[in-house]
Structures are given as C-alpha cells and as structure tokens.
Design a protein. Sequence first.
Length: 407
Amino acid sequence: MRLYSRSQLIVVAAITAVCAIAGTAAVVFLADSGTDVFVSSRVSRQPFSLQSSYTSIHAIPVESGPGLSADELQTIRVYDERNAGVVNISTETVTYNWFLEPIPREGGTGSGSIIDSRGYVLTNYHVVERAVKVFITLSDGERIEGDVIGADPENDLAVIKVDPGERVLRTIPFGESSSLRIGQKVLAIGNPFGLDRTLTTGIVSGLGRPVRASTDRVIRDMIQTDASINPGNSGGPLLDGAGNMVGINTAIYSPSRTGGSIGIGFAVPVDTARRVVPDLIQFGQVRRGWIEMIPREIIPQLAQYANLPVSEGLLISQVTPGGNAEKAGLVGGSRSAAVRIGATVVYLGGDIVVEVNGVRTKRLSDLFEALEDTRPGDGVSVTYIRDGETRETTVALSERPSRTQWD
C-alpha cells in the first residue's frame, strides 16, 4: 500500500504535495515502464477485448435475514458475488550477497481483480515492482504462478496473466468512474495485512484528486474514499453499490510510518484502467504520444546565468533532426553555447516551452502529465517563448520511446 505524508497530497482547492513514505508494500515510481518490473514476453499478444464471467447484482434473488436492512442485504449480495474475483498477489524478488550471488527473497503482497475469464488480473504497478516471480492465490486457496505482461508506472497499474486451465474464473466488471458523485457508497475488497477477502465500506469523499508520486509524476483524477484501505489492499477493487469496479485501491494518507488507515484513501479511476489495459495486454506498455526534443528544466541558476526571460519552463536543449518538434518549428539550443550543470550539458539559445496541451510546463513532470492520455499521431498545442515573444505551434506526436533521451 502506498503511504503519503501531508505534503504528498495535491489538494485541488489549495494544497500541493511530495514524497512517498515506504510501507509494507512501498511505492516507487520510475521514469519508464521497463526498468524495474520484468514484463514477460512469453504471452502472445493480440488485439484485446474483455471476456467476462459475472452475474448482475440486480439479478441475484433477495433473501431477507433477521434484522438486516435493505442496504445491508445489498452489501452482502455484492460481497458474495464479487469476492471470488479478488485475488491475493505475492511476489519474489532477487537480491545479491557480498559475493554478488543472486539470492531469492520474499517480496511484497497485494490484491488484484480478475477482469477477464482468460486469466487477466489487474493490480497496482507497485505491487509487482521489481518482482521476478508473481503468484496469484485464488478464492479457493489455490496458488498459481503468473506473468506480468504489462506495466504502466505513470498510473500505477499492471496486468498479470495466469493460465486458468479448466477453471471458470469469476470476473469483476468495469463500471464508470466518470459518473461517481461525492457521498456515493463504495466498497473495497482486498487482503490487508494478509487477511484475505476483507470487505470495508465507505463513501466517495472527493473526486479529481491529483497525487504526486516520489518520482515527481502525478496520478490525475484519483478517487478519494473513507473506506478503510490498509497495506495489502493495493490493487484491489473499489466497487459501487451495484458491484461494478469504479477504482483500483492504490494509496492512503497516513501521518505515521505504521501505515494504518485514518479514512483517507485513494483509488485510480476505472476509466483510466479502461483506457490503458488494452495497450498493456497487447503491447506490454501504454502507447503514448511524444515530442522529439531534449528539454531541460529551468532552475534559478540557469535562468540567471543565461539571462532567460522566464524563471520557469522547459528550455529546449536539442530537437531531433527531422523529428516532429523540428517540423513544428521548434528550435533547440546551439552547441557553441553549451553549459554544464552538474553532469548535464545544456545547449542555450533554444525555445522555452511554457505550456503543452493546456498544461503549464514548469517541470519535466508536467510534460509527462500533459502527454499522459495522448496517442501517437495526435496533434497537441505547444506554447513557447522565443526572443521574448510568446508563440504557439501544433506538434503531431510520435510514439514515446521506452526510455527518454536524457535518461
């Protein structure tokens, strides 16, 4: 489970955030999806559409019980029908001893949702991060080894594939997070502290919460809930009253390192999962758009030394020859005006990008955020400054490489 201190939550009304506190299953975001998770190449990849096996909650007969209210009966129905679609995830990692010999060790644990009867399981990226082996425990206690076939660190999502064999897997259907309302009842099922298939209930406490990760990336539009979420719940489903998945439980705000829930939890909206899961299954990563340039974040020392017209923004150090940035008229710096900042060489004289796709680009993380939900071939507006004059152009995006040029 991902833990946050007060400074890590970007509250839409006013308060901004930083830095993840390591917990039982800590979250560390990385710059690209291929660095610290072993994405299997053993699974054949085809265009993807969900094949589900579930019963509509409204179709389940209502049986009254002594002293049970209608709301309680509905909660029981949702749990009885959906808990079999929640799995426990455990991992194995590798460390090295003083003789550089690989030593297998037990990794973290978390939860996941079976989203397809062919054996596709949706979870958080941080649950399987750095894992060399992944194991899924089904509701009947059977443990199966799986493969991580796709990872999206930017949204903290990953997909695991297991071979169901002759088993008929129960799946959890996707709902819609865009229609959620503050105050709406939600249910969380997961495996907190190893207590499998634990149910907690609450309400939607907030919507559209951006939360900044330790790598400075922002997960947008997070769902805030007071349903109790604890270490081990990560990757499990957040359900609406009809038993449809509306979010993936991901993070909690905790003022201490113990990681206990104080009623402030966050879930990745299911609409984000609906958008990225097909790419994760078909390509192993999310195909996003990119601007072919090497930007450098403007820091006060650089702005003062180069006498830049702004103190924030992205200075284009280089553009790829013949690339989309150059074709759109963007200009990089001059090799004759190179300066070194630490281990980084910056070429001065290039355009300064201040906005991309409607997002202000004060930092490199803002550029990633601006392009997070774009596709190769999309056109995005880029606002930049040249010779003290603000200009705008449109860039036809290429596909983002697995590693950026400045990594």
